[in-house]
Design a protein around this ligand. Structure first.
Ligand code: ATP
Ligand code: MG
Length: 751
C-alpha cells in the first residue's frame, strides 16, 4: 500500500470502522468499445488496489449497454489488461447485460410508483425543454400519462413495436433542479440493434445513469469509484437507489481525477480514429497510450503501476508529463535488464595488428557485480563501431576516436586510428586501426595509452543483423487537438543495425539495455530468427522534458551584441550558425545561446557534453555559469573535470538523484578533486531525498514547532506554504526533493 493514504482509502477506512460495510467491494466497469489505455490502468490500480488493501474484492464488469459500439474483441483486451497488470477479478467477468431483466423490473417498479414516464417528444424539443443552467426546464405534456398507459407503452417498446427514438423512459424528478442531470433523466431508449451478448432479445437498452447504480447494487458493491465527470450524475445515482428503497448495504459513488498525459490522446473514441484512420498499425501500436501498446513496446506492468502510484489520487484534473512515465520505466529496467553491445549505424574498423579471434568474458550486469550473468563477446580483426563515435576533424572536447585520439572498446582493448578510408564521394567507409594487447579491460594496463571514453562495438563476423524500431511521441503538440497534430516522425525504422550474438542465441532476456543507446524489447509479434526486431522502449535519459519548443509567431531571438572597447562586435558567420542552432533546435534562450556561441572553448565543451547526454537546456545552464567561471581562470586543458563528467552531473539532476542546490556543491568538489560526480555524491551522502517516509517526520516536527504559522496558513494565509517548505529543505541540508516536499507540506497543512 502507498505510504500516504489517499482520500479514497481514508473514506474506505472510515466506512469499515463505522461498520457501514463489512466487506469492501469495488468494481472496474469499462465499456467494451475500445482498447483500454493508461487512464484505465489508473482506474484498475485504484479499484483492485483498494480491494486488495482492505481484503475485499473487485469485480470486472463490462458496461455493455450500447450495442452499436461494443464487441467481444474489446472484452478480451480489457480482461488481458487487468491480468497483465497483475490483478485478479472476483468470480466470473460480469456484464451489465446479465442484469437486463432485473433492471427492466426495476423500471417497471418506478413506473408503478409514478416515478417514471414514457416521453414521446422529439430530440429537439427534449433539448429545448431541458432549460439551461440559469433557466428552469419544463416538463413534457407526456409526463401526464397514466401509470397504465406508461406500463403498456414500455412493454410495447420492449417488444419492438416502435422505431428508434419514438419513445423514451424518463425518471420523474424535477425539471427545475439546479443540477441539470436531475431534470427527468432518460432511463431507457429504443435501439433496434444486435447486442453482442444478448442478441436480438432487446429493443430497449438502459442508460448509464440507470444501469450503473443498479448493477453496483446487484453485485453488492460498496464503493463505486469513478472519474470526476460523473460528479453530477451522483445525484441521479442516489435518487434511483433511494426511490427504489434499496437501502441495505447499498453502494455510494466517489469521484477522483482522470489521468491525462501530454503529447497523446486518451479517449477510446480518439484512439479508435487513429487506428481506423491507419495512422498507427493497430491498437497495440507501441506509440499508443493503450495497455496493449505499452506492452508491445516493452513497458513492464510494474512501471505502469509505479507511475499510477506516483501520480497519486487527486480530486482535481491535471495533465501529467509523459517524462514521468518514462522515468518509471527507466527506473524499473535500470538494474533489471542485461546490458549488451549494439551498433545502430555501423562503421567498419579493421584492426591491422590483430590476428585470429578470441572470446571476451563480459558481465551482463556490469553495474551490479554480484549479480551473475556473463556472456562471451567475440573479438576479431574486423569490427563495427557507431559512425558517430569517430570524428575526423573533431570538435574541441570530443573524447572518442579521432585520427589523434584513441578510445577504449567496451570490455575489450584500446584502439587508435591509423588511416581513414573514404569512397569516391569522400564518405568515410572504414577505419584502419591498431590495438594495444596489454590494454585489455580488467587487466592491469601497461599500454601507457590514456583514453577518455569507451564505446560500443561488435565483431563483424559474429554480429547479427537486426531491425530496430525507434519511437518518438505520437503527437507534436503537448495538448493535441486532432489527428492533424500527429508527429510524422514518430516511427523510425533502422534496418541494418548490428547486435552482439549472445543477445540472439542465448536470449538472456526479452528486454535489454543496448549500452549508450537505450532500453529495447524484442518485438513479441514481428521478431523472427531470420529477422530479429527490437522496439526502443525508452532512451537512457530524458531528451524531451527539458527541451522547450520555440513557439510559432514568437520573433526569432536576436543575438545580443557584445560591447568590445565601446564598439559592438558582430558575430562571425560560424558563431551565428551556432547561435541559430542553439536557439531554434536546442531551445536555449538568446542570452545563454549568445554566451555559448561567442566562446569557442565554451561551445566545444558544451557540444561534447551533449554527446553523452541529450539535455541541452540543463547542460547549457551549467556550462554558461559554473564551467564558464572556471574557464575564466584556466584553459580547458587545465580543468580537472571533463565534459562527460558534467553530463553525468546534469543527469543526476535530471534523474532527481540530487537537487540543483546540491549539484553546485558537487561541482565545487569536482573542480578541486576531479572525481566523478557519482563518487562525490556517494562519498558525501548527498543523494536527494524523495521518500515521503523520510520527509514526513521532518514536516511533522516543523508543523509542531510552528503552531502560529499553521493557524495563519489554515486561516487563509497560503503564502506561508513557502515558509514551511523552506524550513524542511533547510532541515535536510538542501537534500530533500523540493517538489515532493511541496506536495507533502501542502497535504499535511490541510489535515
Ligand atoms: P474513454 O473516454 O477513454 O472511452 P471512458 O471513461 O468512457 O473512457 P470506460 O470504459 O467507461 O471509459 O471507463 C472504465 C473506467 O475507467 C471508468 O470507471 C472510468 O472512470 C475509468 N477511466 C477512464 N478513463 C480514465 C482516465 N483517463 N483516468 C482515470 N480513470 C479513467
Ligand atoms: Mg465512455
Amino acid at each position: 500500500m502507498s505510504e500516504h493514504k489517499d482520500f479514497l482509502r481514508t473514506i474506505v477506512e472510515k466506512d469499515l470502522k463505522s461498520g457501514k460495510y463489512k466487506e469492501i467491494v469495488t468494481r472496474f466497469p469499462p465499456e467494451p468499445n475500445g482498447f483500454p489505455h493508461i487512464g484505465h490502468a489508473k482506474s484498475i490500480a485504484i479499484n483492485f488496489g483498494i480491494a486488495s488493501d482492505y481484503n475485499g474484492h473487485c469485480n470486472l464488469r463490462m458496461d455493455d449497454t450500447n450495442p452499436t459500439t461494443e464487441d467481444t474483441k474489446y472484452v478480451e483486451a480489457l480482461k488481458g489488461a487487468v491480468e497483465w497488470l497483475g490483478f485478479e477479478w472476483n468470480g466470473n467477468v460480469r456484464f451489465t447485460s446479465d442484469y437486463f431483466h432485473k433492471i427492466y423490473d426495476y423500471a417497471i417498479q418506478l413506473i408503478k410508483m409514478d416515478k417514471a414516464y414514457i416521453d414521446s417528444i422529439n430530440e429537439e424539443e427534449m433539448r429545448e425543454f431541458r432549460g439551461t443552467v440559469t433557466q428552469a426546464g419544463k416538463r413534457s405534456k407526456y409526463a401526464q400519462r397514466s401509470i397504465e398507459e406508461n406500463l403498456d407503452l414500455f412493454k410495447r417498446m420492449k417488444n419492438g413495436e416502435f422505431k428508434d427514438g419514438e419513445h423514451v423512459l424518463r425518471a420523474k424528478i424535477d425539471m427545475s433542479a439546479a443540477n441539470m442531470k436531475m431534470r427527468d433523466p432518460l432511463l431507457y431508449r429504443i435501439r433496434h440493434s444486435h447486442h453482442f451478448r444478448a442478441g436480438n432479445e432487446w429493443s430497449i437498452y438502459p442508460m448509464y445513469d440507470f444501469a450503473h447504480c443498479l448493477s453496483d447494487y446487484i453485485e453488492g458493491v460498496s464503493h463505486s469509484i469513478c472519474t470526476l465527470e460523473f460528479e453530477n450524475n451522483r445525484d441521479v445515482y442516489n435518487w434511483v437507489l433511494d426511490t427504489l428503497g434499496l437501502k441495505v448495504n447499498r453502494p455510494y459513488q466517489h469521484e477522483f481525477a482522470r489521468l491525462g498525459i501530454n503529447y497523446t490522446v486518451m479517449s477510446k473514441r480518439k484512439l479508435l480514429e487513429l487506428v481506423e484512420g491507419g495512422l498507427v498499425s493497430g491498437w497495440d501500436d507501441p506509440r499508443l497510450p493503450t495497455i496493449a501498446g505499452y506492452k508491445r513496446r516493452g513497458y513492464t506492468p510494474e512501471s505502469i503501476l509505479n507511475f499510477c502510484d506516483s501520480v497519486g489520487i487527486a480530486k482535481a484534473n491535471s495533465m501529467v508529463d509523459v517524462a514521468q512515465l518514462e522515468f518509471c520505466i527507466r527506473d524499473d529496467l535500470n538494474t533489471k535488464v542485461p546490458r549488451v553491445l549494439s551498433v545502430l549505424n555501423p562503421l567498419k574498423v579493421t584492426i591491422e595488428n590483430y590476428d585470429g579471434s578470441e572470446e571476451i568474458d563480459a558481465p551482463y550486469y556490469p553495474h551490479d557485480v554480484p549479480k551473475d550473468g556473463m556472456r562471451k563477446l567475440p573479438f576479431s580483426k574486423e569490427i563495427y563501431i557507431e559512425r558517430d563515435d569517430f570524428m575526423e576533424t573533431p570538435l574541441k572536447g570530443y573524447f572518442r576516436l579521432t585520427p589523434d585520439q584513441g578510445v577504449r572498446l567496451r570490455h575489450a582493448y584500446i584502439i587508435t586510428c591509423k588511416e581513414v578510408v573514404k569512397d569516391s564521394n569522400g564518405e568515410i567507409i572504414e577505419i584502419k586501426a591498431e590495438y594495444y594487447p596489454e590494454s585489455k579491460s580488467g587487466a592491469e594496463d601497461t599500454s601507457g595509452i590514456k583514453v577518455k571514453s569507451a564505446i560500443q562495438w561488435v565483431s563483424a563476423a559474429e554480429a547479427k543483423k537486426v531491425e530496430v524500431r525507434v519511437y518518438d511521441r505520437l503527437f507534436k503538440d503537448e495538448a493535441p487537438e486532432g489527428l492533424e497534430d500527429v508527429n510524422p516522425d514518430s516511427l523510425r525504422i533502422i534496418k541494418n543495425a548490428l547486435i552482439e550474438p549472445a543477445v540472439i542465441t542465448n536470449r538472456p532476456d526479452e528486454r535489454f539495455q543496448f549500452e549508450r543507446q537505450g532500453y529495447f524489447y524484442a518485438d513479441p509479434i514481428d521478431y523472427t530468427d531470420e529477422l530479429p526486431v527490437f522496439n526502443k522502449i525508452v532512451g537512457l535519459k530524458d531528451s524531451w522534458g527539458k527541451k522547450t519548443k520555440p513557439k510559432e509567431n514568437v520573433p526569432k531571438p536576436q543575438a545580443k551584441q557584445v560591447q568590445v572597447d565601446g564598439e559592438v562586435a558582430a558575430m562571425s558567420e560560424k558563431e551565428q550558425v551556432l547561435f541559430d542552432k542553439y536557439t531554434s533546435q536546442l531551445g536555449l534562450n538568446a542570452e545563454v545561446a549568445n554566451t555559448l556561441a561567442r566562446d569557442e572553448q565554451l561551445s566545444s565543451f558544451y557540444e561534447e557534453a551533449l554527446l553523452s547526454l541529450n539535455s541541452p537546456v540543463a547542460i547549457a545552464n551549467i556550462v554558461t555559469n559554473e564551467v564558464a567561471r572556471e574557464l575564466k581562470e584556466k584553459h580547458s586543458d587545465e580543468l580537472k573535470f571533463n565534459a562527460e563528467q558534467i553530463s553525468e552531473l546534469v543527469k543526476m539532476i535530471d534523474d532527481e538523484t540530487i537537487s540543483n542546490k546540491i549539484a553546485k556543491q558537487v561541482f565545487e568538489e569536482m573542480t578541486k578533486s576531479g572525481d566523478n560526480p557519482t563518487k562525490i555524491v556517494e562519498d558525501k551522502g548527498l543523494l536527494q531525498i524523495s521518500d515521503p517516509a523520510k520527509i514526513t517526520p521532518i514536516i511533522d516536527e516543523i508543523i509542531a514547532k510552528n503552531p502560529d504559522n499553521v493557524a495563519k496558513f489554515r486561516a487563509g494565509n497560503t503564502k506561508l506554504l513557502g515558509f514551511f517548505v523552506g524550513q524542511v529543505l533547510k532541515n535536510t541540508g538542501g537534500k530533500a526533493n523540493p517538489q515532493v516536499v511541496n506536495k507533502l507540506v501542502a497535504q499535511s497543512l490541510k489535515e
